[in-house]
Write a protein that binds this ligand. Structure first.
Ligand SMILES: [Zn+2]
Length: 87
């Protein structure tokens, strides 16, 4: 049983189509309810997800590394704080 979705979790990229077939944006989970989540991308746009299939896909995609670079996109807006931090 995978860990439940939690605020602050990152969902990178396509997420198996959880946000639709044309959505490749990385997102951070802002809020979690019993059967819904709200995500926000780096432009500040929010998305409400409440259908069970999409939630399962989000859960699967959560721990995937970011593939933004593979698509030639700009670097992930949600890289971990430990990466690229000045020493
Ligand atoms: Zn990403």
């Amino acid at each position: 049983m995978p860990r439940p979705l939690t605020p602050g979790d990152l969902i990178h990229g396509y997420a198996f189509g959880a946000f639709g077939r044309d959505s490749y944006d990385c997102r951070r989970i802002e809020a979690v309810g019993p059967d819904w989540i709200v995500t926000r991308d780096d432009t500040g746009a929010t998305e409400f997800v409440s259908n069970r299939r999409s939630l399962e896909l989000c859960q699967q995609a959560r721990d995937e590394p970011c593939k933004a670079v593979n698509y030639g996109d700009s670097p992930c807006p949600f890289t971990a704080p430990s990466q690229g931090a000045p020493r």
